[in-house]
Design a protein around this ligand. Structure first.
Ligand code: NAD
Length: 286
């Protein structure tokens, strides 16, 4: 089975490894949107702590590059989270390959088009597109991961990515903001049902980090700006609010590591906001 999966056009595995500490030793994780940004950094942290990680991502080129960089504990499966059968296949392939699923990180997301000026101009097809990936994709991931964990009577940890845009309006376009507000609601709605099966569910809410998702958004707003200028702009905007500290992918990866590990065995239904106090400021000058 392993060989046929490894040979299959949709499942790739690279060849070097490095395990330094055992916080996730022996655990098997799927990370959607694992080929880039927060997902990729989280995969690196999970692997460093002893996990096998399946990167489930729509982008095959980025996914293969990421597995190559992350080593033999990383595997890639092409998966569009907006297609339920893709998620089902990602979970089934992981079970076939690794025999279990301990951690499901529903992290894939899109920003959608940059800042539609008003609700009166909202393109509802664009709204559906964002909700299909950012909300329905999360639901599909939870559904199929929970099925696997319940069938295996193994318990598990499910984690989803919300955002500071899920705590306040005006930071992003309406469809994105609404989709991110929904994620903590999903977590709250499902925590009590899942805890009966020993499954914890939480979400993490990052503040802006200059990943490709954010860089593309800023590029739409400032078409003349170079990528390096955009990264500086995002870091200065956030850093200025917090005395120079900036949110980095590793900050979210470490939050995900905690929530996915047995150290958080009594934490469920929680939204861990990683924003350096950003959403607590009284006057946001942005
Ligand atoms: P990113 O662009 O670096 O990574 C997103 C990944 O998701 C990419 O690899 C992309 O190929 C993948 N993806 C997109 N659509 C997909 C689909 N339909 N199916 C499967 N994979 C798909 O961006 P990121 O910032 O790392 O974003 C990860 C998550 O973090 C998103 O949910 C985003 O909304 C959230 N988030 C990001 C920030 C930020 O500032 N970067 C802040 C708050 C929340």
């Amino acid at each position: 089975m392993f060989k046929s999966l490894a040979r299959s056009a949709r499942y790739y595995c690279s060849s070097s490894s490095s395990i330094s500490s055992p916080r996730l030793l022996g655990k098997v994780a799927i990370i959607t949107g694992g080929a880039s940004g927060i997902g990729k950094s989280t995969a690196a942290e999970f692997i460093k702590h002893g996990a096998q990680v399946v990167l489930a991502d729509i982008d095959t080129k980025l996914g293969q590059l990421a597995t190559h960089q992350l080593g033999s504990q990383a595997h890639f499966i092409k998966c569009d989270v907006s297609i339920e059968s893709d998620i089902k296949e990602a979970v089934e392939s992981t079970l076939a390959h690794h025999g279990k699923l301990d951690i499901m990180f529903n992290n894939a997301g899109i920003a959608g088009s940059a800042f539609p000026p008003s609700i009166t101009d909202l393109d509802l097809e664009e709204f559906d597109r964002v909700m299909t990936i950012n909300v329905r994709g999360v639901m599909a991931g939870i559904k199929h991961a929970a099925r696997a964990m319940i069938n295996h009577r193994s318990g598990g940890s499910i984690l989803c990515t919300s955002s500071v845009s899920g705590l306040m309006g005006g930071l992003g376009p309406h469809p994105y903001t609404i989709s991110k507000f929904t994620v903590p609601g999903i977590v709250k709605s499902l925590a009590s049902e899942l805890c009966q099966h020993g499954i914890r569910i939480n979400c993490v809410s990052p503040s802006p980090i200059p990943t490709p998702l954010v860089i593309n958004q800023f590029s739409n707003l400032f078409p003349e700006a170079k990528e390096v200028e955009i990264i500086k702009m995002v870091n200065e905007l956030m850093g200025a609010l917090k005395g120079g500290a900036k949110c980095e992918e590793i900050d979210i990866a470490l939050a995900a590591l905690y929530l996915s590990s047995d150290e958080a065995k009594y934490v469920s239904g929680h939204n861990l906001v990683v924003d350096g106090g950003f959403t607590s400021f009284k006057n946001l000058n942005i």
